[in-house]
Design a protein around this ligand. Structure first.
Ligand code: MLT
Length: 370
């Protein structure tokens, strides 16, 4: 059983044990208004934190050859992609990168908005209830498959409340520490946790987040019960790691690569079987002594279950075009990841992955929930 506490300096970002809940609710309310506006069901204007992409192909730099022909549905207004974690984090980064060429293909603005809270389940619940017209899309990650095991009262069913659009990318995680945290290697971290667990804290984005999942695996592998500090996303958590207000965390390379390369945080290991080309000096967890800590954070796009098939097909085609966009491929590579292949950016492959991952995590997460 882990403990969640608030530590000085986290409250300002809505972090800590419970002050964060209030900020999450406010963010959620703003997003509800925004979703309603995007669906034509409300009068609110987009929240200030939401950003839009241009619909002009020339402005995006998208390669015309990368744009597939559109299926029957032709959107006539802006599309909202809801990110279930805070702005500035890895899910947000991946979403904004693919939204730009998708916008060019679809000929409409894409508004990216952040609805943080409850480890990503708040946003998923809202999108499950949104108008099923293609104008409200959810980007979610591995958390879609772990949530049923972690939340007994989940207000949606990942397999029946949505239609899948396609997979986007699979991102390895890195175990990273603040520059003032004593351990310099993974083995030193393990020894430190065994000796000082009660005084060590790690940051995560709440139960259901990938950072939470990875922390659980570390605790299990080490046999230590470490104190959690919960944030709206690992974007704000990274800010506090950089400021040494938390000791360590486990986060996707899409959020850690730049900071590791700059020497602003310590990298202990990468949670994949192979080293990353983007971080060739960072050992794998297997090399460094924690072979059981293996996580790859897969991402996919979803729409509400009643969304018509032609709408799904159009969004899938736009996603497939985005994943062959040169800028997306280059930016993903810089951040230690790659787009999935075209056969994985399909509804069928995405649904199969979701089902398989629900089955994988269910026995492993028994008793770990809220
Ligand atoms: C984020 O975007 O903040 C992260 O994906 C949260 C997480 O799952 O750790």
């Amino acid at each position: 059983m882990t403990t969640v506490v608030s530590i000085p300096g986290t409250e300002r970002r809505g972090a800590g044990s419970r002050p964060g809940r209030r900020v999450q609710s406010i963010a959620g309310l703003a997003a509800v208004a925004l979703i309603a506006a995007a669906c034509g069901t409300g009068t609110g204007s987009p929240a200030a934190s939401a950003t839009t992409t241009s619909a002009s192909p020339s402005a995006t730099g998208a390669s015309p050859s990368a744009e597939p022909s559109l299926a029957a549905w032709e959107p006539t207004g802006p599309i909202t992609i809801v990110v279930p974690f805070a702005a500035g984090g890895p899910t947000d980064t991946v979403t904004r990168l693919v939204a730009e060429p998708m916008s060019a293909t679809l000929g409409q603005q894409i508004i990216v908005t952040n609805v943080a809270g409850a480890g990503g389940t708040l946003a998923a619940g809202q999108v499950a209830e949104a108008q099923a017209d293609g104008y409200t899309v959810l980007m979610h990650h591995i958390g879609m498959s772990t949530a049923p095991s972690l939340y007994p009262d989940l207000p949606y069913d990942p397999l029946t409340s949505f239609k899948t659009i396609g997979l986007v990318t699979e991102v390895p995680m890195t175990i990273v520490g603040g520059t003032e945290f004593a351990p310099n290697t993974l083995q030193e971290l393990v020894d430190h946790l065994k000796a000082n667990a009660a005084t060590v804290n790690y940051a995560n984005a709440g139960i259901g987040a990938a950072s939470h999942l990875c922390g659980l695996l570390i605790e299990q592998a080490v046999g230590a019960d470490v104190t959690e500090v919960e944030y709206d996303g690992t974007g704000p958590a990274m800010d506090d790691l950089l400021g040494n207000q938390v000791h360590f965390m486990c986060d996707q390379t899409t959020n850690t690569t730049t900071q590791i390369k700059a020497g602003s945080i310590k990298a202990y290991a990468i949670t994949s079987p192979e080293r990353s080309d983007a971080l060739p000096d960072v050992p794998t967890t297997t090399e460094a002594g924690l072979p059981d800590v293996q996580v790859r954070v897969w991402h996919g796009l979803y729409v509400p279950a009643e969304t018509p098939d032609d709408v799904v097909a159009t969004l899938t085609q736009a996603l497939q075009g985005a994943l062959t966009d040169e800028n997306v491929i280059a930016k993903f590579a810089e951040l230690g990841t790659t787009p999935v292949s075209a056969d994985q950016a399909t509804s069928e492959a995405h649904t199969a992955k979701l089902q398989e991952q629900i089955d994988v995590w269910k026995p492993l997460l028994a008793g770990a929930g809220s």
